[in-house]
Design a protein around this ligand. Sequence first.
Ligand SMILES: C[S@@+](CC[C@H](N)C(=O)[O-])C[C@H]1O[C@@H](n2cnc3c(N)ncnc32)[C@H](O)[C@@H]1O
Length: 175
Amino acid sequence: MIYKSYYKLLEIDKKYNIIKTWFIIELGCFPGGWSRYIKTKKNFLLKIDLKEPIIKKDVFIKGNFVSFKIFKKIFYYSNFKKTKLILCDVCPKISKHKTENKYIFLKTLKNMFYFVSFFLKKGGNVVFKSMDYIKQKNIEFFFSYFKTIYKEKLKSSKKHTSEIFYICKNFLYEF
Ligand SMILES: C[S@@+](CC[C@H](N)C(=O)[O-])C[C@H]1O[C@@H](n2cnc3c(N)ncnc32)[C@H](O)[C@@H]1O
C-alpha cells in the first residue's frame, strides 16, 4: 500500500533532489509514506514517531523526538555521527481552538529547530512542514542558519489544506 504522503516527498525530491545522502533522520514517520519513498533509494534511515510505523524496516525509535532519551538513542544508532538531511512531517495533536493550535504547532517547530542544532551537519538540508497560519516572522530566525530557503505548497497535498513545506538548504554552522 502506498500512502498519499509518499507523493509529497516524491514531489519535493523531484524538484530539489534532496534524497541523495546516505544517513537520513525522519521525524514523524507514521504510517510510512515518506519512509517508503526514501527506501526506493539506498540509505540508512533512522525514523522517530510516537506511533509504531507500519513498515517495520529501518531503525525506528518510538517516542517524543525532543526527549533526551531519544537523543541518547540517536547518538547510539548513528555512532555520534551527524546527518546531512533531516525530514520533519511531525503533526502535533491539534485542538478545536485556533490560537491554541498555533501555539502547539509553533512549539513543535521550535523543538524541531532545537533538534536540528544537535544533529545536522554543516552543509546539510532540512525539509519541514509548517502551516499557513504560522507567520513567517515567527520562524525566520531558523532560516538565518541556512544559505537558501524554498517554500512550497504541494500539488500532492489535500486541496484545502493549510500545510506548506520549507526546504532549507546548506546549513551554515555546526554546533
Ligand atoms: C502527518 S504524520 C507523518 C506522516 C509521514 N510523513 C508519512 O509519510 O507517513 C505526523 C506524525 O507526527 C507524529 N508526531 C507528532 N508529535 C510527535 C512528537 N513529538 N514526536 C514524534 N512524533 C510525533 C504523529 O504521531 C504522526 O504519526
